[in-house]
Design a protein around this ligand. Structure first.
Ligand code: EPS
Length: 392
């Protein structure tokens, strides 16, 4: 099982991560790992912090001579901003920001200084997730699986993505602009939305989409709630800071269609051997199991809680109603969050693949992958005889 833990405060010395369960023999390309880190740092609407950090992973365990050993992988990510904080006198924060973990964190842990909530709730931690996701992406790539993302909307500015636009084109266009917008003609509209937000001293949320391509059919399971892979994806992507809604495919819009029009009908192709779909309204899942179609995860990010214009709150130090005090932050983080969504999707899918294939090493996984059952007539023989339930 692939699992990971992160530690680290937003303005502390570093983020520390341990990843367990990555099979041995995966050759890790550190440059490509660092490219993933850089992708997360790019995004119009970021605050000053992204000009300070230059995220580069330091791998201190679990990788020898460029290959994973099967041992836990330890990763350090220094916070360059720490140098300033280490010598700073810290002004107390006693007025919780609505929408942030300031108040709820204090209720839960009894903090007498709200910065303690802020430091760990901060989305700085997503840098560690992207490092883990980058390793998982390299694992998935060994089996031809690709995970990409793009921003669907920021505030009211929406990219009208033609339904037949290939995913490769969506990814490559998104990669070329700092809004991660997949449709060139919508980039300016999104930029305008973010600019207006900055001018209004406000913050804005949005929706991003993650697509996983070439995922084999048969990952996940319908037999238990905690093995449904679609649910696990909703959980993992929903755990990203400020994500408040996740859907598989166009789940909410699908509620407006009758079942007869919604469900992806099954056809024969490949000389009558392969079972194929001509639509993917299911977003790549049936019964919590991957169908072999692209896996689509859409996430709604709320506007960031740190708003430049003061919000009404209560100063816990003197018990009086007061306005919030601004801390440097982002105006929007939707383009960057999409990259984090990719990471969480990659981690969840890599775990499902390892579960399906078993194996302590890539070499063991490969032949098992090649033998996976496919949605093909010759892989799915039916008994086709009358039978009866006999439970005892
Ligand atoms: C964040 C606030 C900002 C963001 C930060 C998340 O940091 P700061 O308070 O230092 O200006 O830039 O995100 C990151 C540091 C990052 O690496 O993504 C918050 O409060 O969540």
């Amino acid at each position: 099982m692939i699992r990971f833990l992160t530690a680290g405060e937003s303005h502390g010395p570093q983020l520390t991560t341990i990843i367990e369960g990555v099979p041995a023999g995966l050759s890790l390309d550190l440059n490509s790992l660092n490219q993933q880190m850089a992708r997360r740092q790019k995004g119009y609407g970021s605050g000053g912090r992204m000009k300070i950090e230059r995220d580069r992973v330091q791998v201190t365990s679990g990788v020898m001579n460029g290959r994973t050993t099967g041992s836990p992988i330890a990763i350090n990510l220094p916070n360059l901003d720490y140098a300033k904080w280490a010598e700073r006198k810290i002004t107390p924060i006693t007025t919780p920001r609505p929408g942030h973990a300031d108040l709820t964190g204090a209720v839960k842990y009894g903090y007498r200084e709200l910065r303690l909530s802020l430091e760990r709730a901060s989305a700085r931690e997503t840098a560690a997730r992207v490092a883990v996701g980058a390793i998982c992406k390299q694992l998935l790539a060994q089996f031809g699986i690709q995970v990409g993302s793009y921003v669907v909307s920021i505030g009211d500015a929406e990219a009208a993505i033609p339904p037949d636009m290939p995913y490769a084109d969506r990814f490559s266009t998104a990669e070329k602009n700092d809004l991660r917008c997949p449709v060139e003609t919508a980039v300016d509209k999104m930029r305008q939305q973010v600019r207006a937000t900055m001018e209004a001293k406000d913050t804005v949320g949005g929706v991003f989409e993650v697509a996983a391509l070439n995922v084999p059919a048969g990952l996940g399971s319908h037999v238990h709630w905690d093995r449904r892979l679609d649910s696990l994806l909703m959980w993992s992507v929903g755990s990203i800071q400020a994500i408040k809604g996740v859907e598989i495919g166009t789940a909410f819009a699908n509620t407006r269609l009758p079942g007869s029009q919604l469900h992806d009908e099954i056809f024969l192709a490949d000389n009558g051997q392969s079972l194929i779909r001509r639509t993917n309204n299911s977003g790549g899942f049936e019964g919590g199991i991957s169908s072999g179609e692209p896996i689509i995860v859409r996430a709604a990010m709320k506007p960031i809680a740190t708003v430049l214009s003061p919000r009404r709150s209560v100063n816990l130090a003197d018990g009086k109603e007061a306005e919030t005090v601004y801390e440097r932050s982002d105006f929007t983080a939707v383009p960057r969050a999409a990259v984090v969504g990719e990471a969480m999707t990659a981690i969840t899918l890599a775990n499902a693949l390892v579960e399906k294939l078993g194996g302590d090493s890539i070499a063991e996984m490969r032949p098992r992958f090649d033998k996976l059952r496919q949605p093909r007539l010759d892989h799915l023989p039916m008994d086709n005889v009358e039978w009866s339930f006999q439970f005892s």
